[in-house]
Write a protein that binds this ligand. Sequence first.
Ligand code: NDP
Ligand code: MG
Length: 392
Amino acid sequence: MKRIAILGATGSIGTQALEVARERPDFVKIEVLTAACNADLLISQALEFLPKTVVITDESKYPLVKKALAATSIEVLTGSEALNEVVKSTSIDMVLTALVGFAGLRPTVAAIEAGKDIALANKETLVVAGEHIMALAKQHHVKIIPVDSEHSAIFQCLAGESLDSVEKIYLTASGGPFRGRNKDFLAHITKKEALKHPNWVMGQKITIDSASLMNKGLEVIEAKWLFNLSIEQIEVVVHPQSIVHSLVQFKDGSLKAQLGLPDMKLPIQYALSYPGRLVNSFRRFRFIDYPQLSFEQPDLETFANLRLAYSAIKEGGNMPCVLNAANEIAVAAFLNEEIGFLEMSVIIEETMQAIPFILSPSLSDYVSMDEEARRVAKELVTKRKKVYQIEK
Ligand code: NDP
Ligand code: MG
């Protein structure tokens, strides 16, 4: 039996993790559930799974949640700081980090320092501070098990292998809804079109990241830290069917891949059950449904975000943190229809140019770098917004 805290229980990963818990109540015990502002869903999840504690970080929603759970013994907490506290509870074995963006960094650090194993969905934490996080996990003898499907695939391919035997890895990318399109096309696409992912239903931020290929850029950085690889050892290959979740090439030239239907419940369950596997009733792959699997090169010219992510990690230091912060601002501005699709890359690149380079940031440097990069990116959005509104 694994006792789990789910940070971001009301999101796409969080709700799918609860489906896993529903499927295997004999194996998963929910101890903590958290949400930012979706009080109604958090309340219904709490009444179903009866965790020890829930956190609603939006303080204005606290009275609602507190009142709805008054007849239970569930503790109700509020505020972002509460996330850093709940992960320390002695009744938790593992923390699933399913919240989105930089907000995942501090609770993940707190959980590692408390010796909790991490099922890591929140890739932004490793993008921002991967070196720091991996060193901290080693120091506290904590396992970080990837939930991201590509990284779960690599992790599964590496079972029983030594990292020294790896020549390189291939991260597969669906290519998103705009695969094969050029910049002229991308200049006019709408928020609605960008939110239509061909293979996965996910939260809004990662769906936009998938359409712009920033998601793959963030995943390259995530893989570098998780598997201790050089950036030259990580290649992206576009695979529109999303069946081959990623591959490892060993130094004898042999390739191992992990395949399956595009269903996040699988990597979530594997992270919870690792090193074992659990029987489940999820839909199975049928060859007849996929007579052809295809592979192609990513288009780094059209999808500049992937190129920017490679250049951020090659520069190292604070640059991936700056890239991430600028991207969070750019995606939010695109979703607010303040800027166009292609302008996201412009804002990210200009923010990276504006922020001074720091070679070895501390954890508090990352926090101030994140703030500074957000400030610069927001200014750039304000400037672009005017041009965009006139053009529209
Ligand atoms: P969603 O937007 O669907 O869910 C995010 C969750 O985090 C919600 O519970 C939300 O609460 C909560 N949350 C959001 N912002 C904050 C904040 N500032 N503080 C505290 N809680 C917050 O995201 P996804 O589930 O799609 O993604 C979660 C993470 O997993 C991301 O890092 C993503 O990159 C990664 N991932 C997701 C995949 C997917 O298939 N969705 C696949 C691979 C990785 P509320 O609902 O109240 O707003
Ligand atoms: Mg992924």
